[in-house]
Design a protein around this ligand. Structure first.
Ligand SMILES: [Zn+2]
Ligand SMILES: [Zn+2]
Length: 134
């Protein structure tokens, strides 16, 4: 499956319950939003268990990713899967990160970063990966 490209800010449905704009990069300079269809399959499966999900970070253009790193946020060392449209950070208003992780594992996500109130998931499949955010 190939990554889908949306126009930034558009109200297009990326999948049944998610609009493409929920994945937009927060910067003011890029103009497209990348979302991989497999990520949407995971998100819909997680949503089916936990209810509505808020995406706190979806696609990031490289400039925004570089800016996050410069500002000292904990981000991937090499290429971030956010810049490929293959990662999201998500939360709900009633789950802890470890609860969301459990659901993500159940639906088949291999790479999960866990914070107190949110998780990062991405499409890497080579190994079961787990890390935490302070
Ligand atoms: Zn951007
Ligand atoms: Zn992330």
């Amino acid at each position: 499956m190939k990554t889908t490209e949306f126009k930034k800010g558009s109200n297009e449905n990326a999948s049944t319950h998610f609009l493409s704009k929920e994945f937009d990069c927060p910067c003011t300079s890029c103009d497209k939003t990348l979302v991989h269809p497999e990520l949407l399959v995971f998100l819909e499966a997680i949503r089916a268990v936990v209810g509505p999900i808020k995406i706190t970070s979806g696609y990031r253009c490289q400039a925004y990713q570089d800016d996050l790193r410069k500002r000292g946020y904990e981000t991937a060392k090499g290429i971030s899967s956010h810049t490929l449209g293959e990662a999201v950070d998500l939360l709900t208003n009633k789950h802890f990160g470890i609860e969301l992780e459990k659901v993500a594992r159940t639906v088949g996500v291999k790479a999960v970063g866990v914070a107190k109130k949110w998780i990062h998931i991405d499409l890497r499949k080579d190994a079961v990966r787990r890390w935490t955010y302070s």
